[in-house]
Write a protein that binds this ligand. Structure first.
Ligand code: AMP
Ligand code: MG
Length: 405
């Protein structure tokens, strides 16, 4: 049985990269760039003023001086000629610095007089001048393949009139729930029924990372029903099943996959929750079979499926960083010798992460998942974790930066 890191590495080694599509840059926000972008010109395109003020030649301003003002250069305009020696030209931010000028004096450092503009201090050559190409030079690589397109990248692309880009397509992921006991949310409830919450939980998790969910509904616990739905799910780029993957009499997911000729890379992982998690492939299509208890489904998605889908979407950094947190409460491990993911709530105080048990860790208890901001990874070789101890956590929230408030 693989350990957690091994299982995750196996999955990452066996998922395909998605195809490419061209999108307008605004539609591409949050996507991963599938091409390298090279600057077609220098940026700034011309040497220009960084301030509203006066363009001068520093040679004329080596001490306090009053210069006659000859000309006005608005942003988007030009002086039309070179700056005459011994004069200043009024200039606005972003306007081209005229030939003959090599420094800008901000308006607030000047005094208007009847004979011209008075500069009370010596001016340094190059002051408040933005040089052509000082940001980016023509031919320079500005964005590499694998870059996530955030507002900063969109701004950079727009600056070079690059309004369409190649990005990786989001995977279409089929979600299959299995179980005779399941009814859909909103359907009439019997005493013995369980609402299929996993499908919508998984769809929400997919939405959060920008993947597309196709909900297949419920396969009843027969090999035929399971086979039919799995075959439907295999039309997608990836398939996630929940439940029916343990060794129970009515668990048919694994046997159906075998029968369909899928390659099973592992059918158990040394973790809690999530031990029966199975990873298989049919052709290029990854199949993630997650246990049915809602918390097990969420934890295994978070820790094993999410990184895989991110990799398929072209992301380079797919594994969340481990963050060190100090425990405010004891954590108790039920089973020794396995890596245990426990739900913790997090506070940030003085820049330090502080973790508290979010309550009952049973995999049927959803409330403690709702209260959790992070999963604490309690390693195999340790079994007592007391207040004050340090543990590693994976933050759950996609708004984890809000924790500091
Ligand atoms: P199984 O892995 O088939 O033994 O399922 C374990 C338990 O998980 C079931 O008894 C249900 O309580 C629960 N469960 C299974 N599927 C779902 C689902 N789609 N939504 C919510 N709970 C589920
Ligand atoms: Mg079942």
């Amino acid at each position: 049985m693989p350990r957690f890191e091994e299982a995750r590495a196996t999955i990452l080694d066996h998922v395909p990269l998605m195809g490419i599509e061209r999108l307008s840059i605004l539609d591409a926000v949050g996507r991963v760039l599938a091409e390298e972008v090279v600057a077609p010109w220098d940026m700034p395109r011309m040497t220009n003023s960084a301030m509203d003020g006066y363009a001068v030649n520093a040679r004329d301003c080596q001490q306090a001086v009053t210069l006659p003002v000859k000309g006005f250069i608005p942003a988007g305009g030009s002086l039309g000629s070179a700056l005459e020696p011994g004069t200043a030209a009024k200039i606005m931010t972003g306007a081209p610095v005229p030939a003959g000028a090599d420094a800008i004096v901000p308006v607030e450092d000047t005094e208007e007089t009847e004979t011209g503009i008075h500069l009370p201090k010596a001016i340094k050559q190059g002051a408040h001048v933005r040089h052509k190409g000082e940001d980016v030079q023509s031919g320079e690589s500005i964005l590499s393949r694998g870059t996530i397109l955030r507002p900063a990248e969109i701004g950079m692309l727009a600056s070079f009139s690059k309004i369409f880009v190649a990005v990786y397509r989001p995977p279409r992921v089929a979600i299959l729930s299995t179980g005779d006991e399941l009814v859909e949310p909103g359907d009439p409830l019997g005493e013995d029924k369980i609402i299929n919450s996993n499908a919508l939980t998984l769809a929400a998790a997919l939405k959060e990372i920008g993947a597309e969910a196709t909900i297949l509904g419920i396969a009843r616990d027969t090999p035929e029903a399971t086979r039919e739905k799995i075959l439907e799910g295999l039309k997608a780029d990836a398939l996630i099943t929940s439940a029916g993957v343990s060794a129970g009499d009515r668990d048919f997911v694994r046997s159906v996959l075998d029968e369909l000729g899928a390659e099973t890379l592992f059918c158990r992982v040394d973790i809690k929750p999530g031990r029966p998690t199975t990873f298989a492939r049919l052709g290029q299509t990854p199949i993630f079979c997650l246990p049915g208890n809602p918390v097990s489904t969420m934890v295994t998605f978070e820790e094993l499926v999410r990184p895989a889908l991110l990799k398929m979407m072209g992301h380079c950094r797919v594994i969340k960083p481990l963050i060190e947190a100090t425990l405010l409460t004891d954590l108790t491990k039920k089973r020794l010798g396995v890596l245990n993911f426990q739900r913790v709530s997090i506070e940030v105080r003085d820049g330090r992460y502080l973790a508290s048990c979010s309550g009952d860790q049973n995999t049927g208890i959803l409330k403690t998942m709702v209260r959790a901001d992070a999963l604490a990874l309690l390693p195999e070789n340790l079994d007592t974790f007391q207040a004050g101890d340090k543990v590693h956590i994976h933050l759950l929230s996609s708004n984890a930066d809000m924790l500091a408030c």
